[in-house]
Design a protein around this ligand. Structure first.
Ligand code: TRP
Length: 331
């Protein structure tokens, strides 16, 4: 069985874009792979969250993961900092990583541009820690979006370098696990082509949004002044409303509004009402589980504990073997 691994930084609630872009596929993957899904709390420290916020965010992501259908019996769900072995591996790998190659990483360069007053060492060494996350479980496949491809490539470089230096064939070279056709890109409600919390929180529908909040957000979504002639192409904002509808509504509903658009008879108010209703209906089972899980701290602790045990078992085996290979085996 292939080992699949993915992590998410706990920065808040998960939204529909996270769901269709990743979570939904994780739920499928857990059926036919040995999956590790973790909450990357160490990574999130680069932005210096307040302790209380960190704790809340970790809980929220765990709740969202479980509510969306990840099953702790089928996969390993854990919190990164519960597996400190990952830090030791990062330290060891770091000895063969060059500062220059870290400085050339595009996500690092972007941070330097965007936040010159907080270029901490954690940002620079981010790819080493991420490589350790992956290599500590000797994962075969990593489901990643475009923005993480360079990090995965570096993971392969570091793994290969380690193998080469010590003359072993120890680390496997992990490959991107592309969801192919299953990947649905969810646009924002603000006219942007991607639902993104860091760009605009108001453009996001969170899995934990109540029906009232969903309705409010959708009714406020950006549209345009409407088509004036048949066959007119759609603005990005209206295209977005149709994309969202395709994700959550029936084909008949989409066809109905498509026809109305083509005939210049569309009323965006009606379309948004329908869209809000269909999103609410779609999210309802997840939303209900979120509400239940939130007040079940006992269960959440149990899940985290079980995940930590399973993850540490795999991680400590790797660390033992890596130490052996490096020569840290004095007795
Ligand atoms: N860097 C990823 C992100 O920003 C999170 C992450 C950390 C991760 N470690 C990972 C993803 C290992 C995949 C595998 O979203």
């Amino acid at each position: 069985m292939d080992r699949v691994l993915s992590g998410i930084r706990p920065t808040g609630y998960l939204h529909l874009g996270n769901y269709f872009g990743a979570l939904k596929n994780f739920v499928r993957m857990q059926e036919e792979n040995n999956c590790y899904f973790f909450i990357a709390d160490y990574h999130s420290l680069t932005t210096h969250p307040k302790p209380g916020d960190l704790r809340t965010n970790i809980k929220n992501v765990l709740v969202d993961y479980l509510a969306a259908g990840l099953d702790p019996e089928k996969c390993t769900i854990y919190i990164q900092s519960d597996v400190p072995e990952v830090c030791e591996l990062a330290l060891l790998l770091g000895m063969n990583v060059y500062v220059g190659e870290l400085q050339r990483v595009s996500s690092f360069k972007e941070k330097v541009r965007r936040q010159p007053d907080n270029i901490n060492a954690g940002l620079l060494t981010y790819p080493i820690l991420m490589a350790s996350d992956i290599l500590i479980h000797r994962a075969d496949k990593v489901p990643v979006g475009k923005d993480q491809e360079q990090h995965l490539e570096m993971t392969r470089d570091f793994a290969q370098r380690f193998n080469h230096i010590y003359g072993v064939d120890y680390f496997k070279l992990p490959v991107a696990y592309n969801f192919g056709e299953n990947l649905v890109k969810i646009p924002g409600l603000d006219g942007s082509n991607k639902m993104s919390k860091s760009d605009n929180e108001a453009s996001c529908i969170f899995l934990s949004d109540s029906p009232e909040v969903i309705c409010k957000k959708v009714m406020k979504a950006v549209s345009d002044s409407g088509p004036t002639e048949a066959g007119q192409s759609k603005s990005q904002a209206v295209e977005n409303l149709f994309s969202l509808m395709e994700a959550v509504s029936t084909p008949d509903t989409v066809a109905f509004f498509e026809e109305a658009y083509q005939k210049c008879e569309i009323r965006y108010g009606d379309m948004k009402k329908q869209l809000a209703k269909d999103i609410t209906h779609f999210v309802a089972p997840i939303y209900e589980r979120i509400i239940t899980l939130r007040s079940d701290d006992d269960y959440l602790s149990k899940v985290a504990k079980l995940g930590a045990e399973k993850a540490r078992e795999s991680a400590s085996k790797t660390i033992r073997e890596v130490r052996e290979i490096i020569g840290i085996n004095y007795n």
